[in-house]
Design a protein. Structure first.
Length: 183
């Protein structure tokens, strides 16, 4: 036995084996990290594909529910021979959207003489009740499609949990659109 072995210092053979094992560990780690990163990215892409599939299914279902994609086509302006007719059309659209999502309108008011009226802006304020899950689709249906409508004001009041209205929300909503004038 050599003096190096007796003193506790490793032999060159053990040193080489430790260096080899260390390098092998570094190479395995250097290979595993990019593979793991690729697998994580693939999982994220799959999750995004699932989300896209759900959104596509939702848009197809709402398209079937509406009967057509008529909301997406048409003029960006409220149409009607007079500002009063255009305001009535806006009021009708708001009422139809609320009813389609299970709500009920209690009162409404058309403002065709407000501060933006000289520029053709028409505002409708409506009070309605709707279930909490229906509020987001109502707002989406109003703001998507044509004519372009804008939510100017939204006030939501929830009922007490044990109230007779079974979780309905009382909503005051002001929607505006632009009338293009007589054609």
């Amino acid at each position: 036995m050599s003096t190096a072995d007796r003193l506790g210092t490793p032999s060159p053979r053990w040193t080489a084996a430790l260096i080899y094992a260390g390098l092998l560990l570094v190479l395995i780690t250097a290979t595993a990290l990019p593979v793991r990163s690729l697998l994580d990215q693939r999982a994220e892409v799959d999750a995004l594909k699932d989300s896209l599939r759900l959104l596509d299914a939702h848009s197809m279902a709402s398209g079937r529910q509406d009967g057509s994609d008529a909301n997406a086509a048409g003029s960006a302006f409220l149409e009607g021979p007079t500002v009063t007719v255009a305001g009535a059309a806006l009021l009708q659209r708001l009422g139809d959207v609320v009813t389609r999502h299970g709500g009920s309108t209690s009162s409404s008011q058309v403002d065709v003489q407000g501060p933006g009226a000289k520029d053709g802006q028409i505002r409708v304020t409506a009070n309605f009740e709707a279930a909490q899950p229906a509020l987001q689709p109502i707002l989406y249906d109003l703001e998507s499609g044509m004519p372009c409508l804008f939510i100017d004001e939204l006030v939501v009041e929830g009922s007490a949990p044990l109230a007779a209205s079974a979780g309905k929300l009382r909503v005051t909503l002001t929607v505006s659109g632009q009338w293009q004038g007589q054609q």
